[in-house]
Design a binder for this molecule. Structure first.
Ligand SMILES: C[S@@+](CC[C@H](N)C(=O)[O-])C[C@H]1O[C@@H](n2cnc3c(N)ncnc32)[C@H](O)[C@@H]1O
Length: 265
C-alpha cells in the first residue's frame, strides 16, 4: 500500500489555487498559538539549555508546507528571542532553522522566498544570522542528528496520519462522520496513537535535554467525536461517490460500445 507521503502534498507555487494563497486559516492558528511559543522560549532563556542562548539556536518546523506561513514561524521565533536578548542585555544567538515536509512539498518556492525573508527581518530591525535548510522526509521518522534541536515547532500538520487505517468498512465515507460505525472511530484513534507515539519517540532522540516542542493540531472531543467540523468532509465523500458512479457508468457504456463495434467487425 502506498503511504500518504507518496500520494499527497499541498498545491505548489503562488497561484490562485496554491496552498500559499489559501492558508489564512492556518496563519490564524499560528498567531493564536504565539503566546505559548513566547512562554516556552522565555523558559528556555531562563533555564539556559546547553549553550543556548549563547551559541546557535537550532529549531525545526515540521510540516512547514510552502507559502507565507512557512517562514512566518521562524521570523516570530527570531523576534521573540530578540526581545528577550534586549531585556537581558545579551548578544543575539545565531539561528539554524530546519524546514521539514514530505519530499513532494514545494521546497523550491520556499528557497526562492529566503532573500525576501531576510529583507523583511532587516526592515523590522530584527536582523539575525539565520541559516535555513530544507529537510525532506516524514516526521514519523528520524530527521535530525541525536540531541541536536533546542525547539521543535509544528502547526496544523500532526493530524495527518502516516496512513489511513486498513480494512475498515466505512459506509462510503472517507473519514469519521456520524454515519461511520464505531469501529471506524476506534481504528483512526489507534492509528493516531501509533503515529503520535512514534513521533514522540523519534523526537525524544533528536531534542537536547531541556529542549521544548510547541505542537498545534486538530483533535476531536471524546464526548462528541463526530462534531460539526467534518461537514465539508461529508460533502467531499458524496462528491467522490458521485464521481465513482460516473466513472463506472462511463466504463460500462464504453464497454458496451466497444463490444457492439467488435460485433459489427
Ligand atoms: C495544512 S499544512 C500546514 C502547513 C503549515 N505548517 C501551516 O501552518 O500553514 C500540513 C503540512 O503537513 C505536511 N505533512 C503531512 N504529513 C507529514 C509527514 N508525515 N511528515 C512531514 N510533513 C507532513 C503536509 O505535506 C503539509 O504540507
Amino acid at each position: 500500500m502506498m503511504t500518504r507521503g507518496k500520494l499527497l502534498h499541498m498545491n505548489a507555487g503562488n497561484g490562485e489555487c496554491s496552498y500559499a494563497s489559501c492558508s489564512t486559516l492556518q496563519r490564524k492558528v499560528i498567531q493564536e498559538a504565539k503566546p505559548v511559543l513566547e512562554d516556552v522560549i522565555k523558559k528556555m532563556f531562563n533555564n539556559i539549555i546547553g549553550d543556548f542562548p549563547r551559541s546557535c539556536f537550532n529549531m525545526a518546523d515540521l510540516g512547514c508546507s510552502s507559502g507565507p506561513n512557512t517562514l512566518f514561524t521562524v521570523s516570530n521565533i527570531i523576534k521573540i528571542v530578540q526581545v528577550l536578548c534586549h531585556e537581558k542585555s545579551c548578544k543575539m544567538p545565531e539561528f539554524q532553522a530546519y524546514l521539514n515536509d514530505l519530499p513532494d512539498n514545494d521546497f523550491n518556492t520556499i528557497f526562492k522566498s529566503i532573500p525576501s525573508f531576510h529583507r523583511d527581518l532587516k526592515e523590522a530591525e530584527a536582523e539575525a544570522n539565520c541559516f535555513i535548510s530544507g529537510v525532506p522526509g516524514s516526521f514519523y521518522e528520524r530527521l535530525f542528528p541525536s540531541k541536536s534541536l533546542h525547539l521543535v515547532h509544528s502547526s496544523y500538520s500532526l493530524h495527518w496520519l502516516s496512513q489511513a487505517p486498513e480494512k475498515i468498512e466505512n459506509n462510503n465515507n472517507i473519514y469519521i462522520t456520524r454515519t461511520s460505525p464505531p469501529q471506524v472511530f476506534e481504528a483512526y484513534m489507534k492509528q493516531f496513537d501509533k503515529d503520535f507515539s512514534r513521533f514522540l519517540q523519534v523526537r525524544s532522540e533528536e531534542i537536547v535535554t531541556g529542549g521544548h516542542m510547541v505542537l498545534t493540531f486538530l483533535g476531536r472531543s471524546i464526548p462528541d467525536p463526530y462534531g460539526s467540523h467534518s461537514a465539508h468532509l461529508d460533502l467531499l465523500s458524496k462528491s467522490f461517490i458521485d464521481l465513482i458512479h460516473e466513472v463506472q457508468y462511463f466504463t460500462s457504456a464504453n464497454f458496451l460500445l466497444s463490444s457492439s463495434n467488435s460485433l459489427r467487425v
